[in-house]
Design a protein around this ligand. Structure first.
Ligand SMILES: NC(=O)c1ccc[n+]([C@@H]2O[C@H](COP(=O)([O-])OP(=O)(O)OC[C@H]3O[C@@H](n4cnc5c(N)ncnc54)[C@H](O)[C@@H]3O)[C@@H](O)[C@H]2O)c1
Length: 381
């Protein structure tokens, strides 16, 4: 080989080596850069993962909060619905201001009073109930609470009251023997001081007043049936005197106010009444028999059961009270059912209607004495 050729080959070899070196240097740099990029991307993905994770967690918390809010709104809705149902009052007649009367019912949370309130409210009047809840219950008038025409006042009528009314139905008084004998002095005060307070109010505001009196003003009557002009046969010191005599005084006071003050008065002498909301444990014939039948206990008749009684349904009584108030008749009026039946018949009817397996038993009649109210051994009607 000639020296020139060897030089040429050497040059070519050197160029090749340099090129290889350059390519190596260049490509190894590129690799490094690529790894960095890859690492960067991986880091970003990792960071992105964390961000995403945080965002998902945030969204989950928001969903949980929303679920809680929905649950809360649901329960509020339920509550609102219950409230709406609770204030779904019975139908009330629409009356304009001039036809609407402002009526006070004392003892309006009691058995008869609450039915009277229902009738007066349904007729579109404004009704104020005054009651000390001695025997009455809020439950009896709860369906009117909140109605714009209705007001319930916890007040004892032995104390005066000052309100503006057009009519007063004065019913406040315990009515069943165990209740009126429980505190005889209070019974006397309610029917005397309480009635004076109501008459005073009626006089001040020029209202008409109806007194819920009782057939008991006839006492142990010697006349059957009793007419309104019968004066009665009452023992002034007997166990029932706190009620009988106090009601007689209440009647006398009404007529004294009528005569002296020209007050418009109505006196209803109420006979035995029964119906929903009467008390199950007040020792009366109807409630006793119903209770005994429902509990399948012996239906107890005191004596031979041939003694007769009559019972009127409470809504009939209420109709009578309203008609009497709206009439121009001011003498006492008996309100009751004139049809008499024997106690034995009542027991049989109640047993049949209730489908009870109770036995009807006869026990010896014993007189109830004052102070032993719990031992109601004689039927009290
Ligand atoms: N239910 C009957 O068979 C009957 C029979 C004759 C007469 N009455 C007369 O009818 C009226 C109502 O009888 P009822 O059967 O609805 O009796 P009730 O006991 O159910 O009602 C009497 C109401 O008067 C309230 N009251 C009692 N003392 C009061 C006071 N000092 N102040 C305020 N409120 C007072 C009681 O809490 C009760 O709500 C009574 O005057 C009663 O003498 C009822």
């Amino acid at each position: 080989m000639r020296t020139g050729q060897i030089k040429k080959m050497g040059c070519v070899l050197m160029v090749f080596c340099l090129t290889f070196l350059a390519v190596y240097v260049l490509t190894s740099g590129e690799n490094k850069k690529g790894e960095d990029i890859l690492e960067n991307v991986k880091r970003q993905v990792r960071t992105g993962d964390d961000d995403l994770q945080q965002q998902v967690e945030g969204i989950n918390i928001k969903i949980e909060n929303l679920e809680n809010t929905i649950a809360m709104l649901k329960s509020e809705l339920q509550l609102a619905k219950t409230k709406i149902n609770a204030t779904a009052y019975p139908h009330v007649k629409k009356r304009n201001y001039s036809e609407r009367k402002r009526i006070l019912v004392t003892g309006g949370a009691g058995f008869v009073g609450s039915h009277l309130v229902d009738a007066l409210m349904a007729d579109g009047h404004e009704v104020t109930v005054v009651d000390n809840f001695f025997t009455g219950r809020k439950q009896n008038v709860v369906h009117w609470i909140g109605h714009p025409n209705f007001e319930l006042m916890n007040h004892d009528i032995v104390n005066p009251i000052f309100i503006e009314v057009d009519e007063i139905y004065h019913l406040a008084s315990p009515a069943s023997p165990p209740n009126y004998m429980y505190n005889p002095i209070k019974t006397i005060k309610t029917n005397t001081l309480g009635t004076i307070n109501m008459l005073g109010l009626a006089k001040r505001v020029k209202a008409k007043m109806l007194l819920a009196s009782t057939s008991e003003v006839y006492g142990d009557p010697e006349q059957h049936p009793q007419t309104e002009n019968y004066w009665g046969n009452v023992n002034p010191i007997g166990p029932r005197a706190c009620y009988d005599e106090a009601k007689r005084v209440a009647e006398s006071m009404c007529y004294a106010y009528k005569k002296q003050e020209a007050l418009e008065v109505r006196v209803a002498r109420i006979f035995n009444t029964f119906g929903p909301r009467m008390y199950m444990n007040d020792g009366r014939v109807v409630s006793n028999f119903i209770l005994q039948c429902l509990q399948n206990k012996s239906v107890t008749i005191y004596g031979d059961g041939q003694q007769t009684r009559s019972f009127q349904y409470v809504t009939d009584l209420v109709e009578g009270l309203i008609q009497l108030m709206n009439s121009n008749y001011s003498l006492p009026v008996n309100l009751g059912n004139p049809e008499e039946h024997s106690i034995e018949e009542f027991a049989t009817i109640i047993k049949k209607l209730s489908g009870s397996s109770s036995k009807i038993v006869h026990v010896k009649a014993m007189e109830m004495t004052q102070g032993k109210e719990s031992q109601i051994l004689k039927e009290l009607d």
